[in-house]
Design a protein around this ligand. Sequence first.
Ligand code: SF4
Ligand code: SF4
Length: 78
Amino acid sequence: MSTTAEDTRGIFIRVEVSEERCVGIAACGRCLPACPVNIFVPRGDRIGVQEEDECILCDLCLQACQPYEAIRIVRLYE
Ligand code: SF4
Ligand code: SF4
């Protein structure tokens, strides 16, 4: 199913980074520059998330993290 800008109204988004699967910033860090709205932030060598509601569902982080599949974008409907 494709998602348009209209479809995203009324959706809350949660961005999850798996502590087990993420290999850390020194070893990867690819999600940091990938996100156009800077959802991902460094927390030491780990990845934190901020302002998840700014997520535009572009999936670029998922592509960046593809070798590890550590990121999940969860759509929470009203
Ligand atoms: S791209 Fe994935 S594995 Fe790499 S730092 Fe980000 S969350 Fe971790
Ligand atoms: S889907 Fe796009 S906007 Fe949302 S967290 Fe990933 S890279 Fe950022």
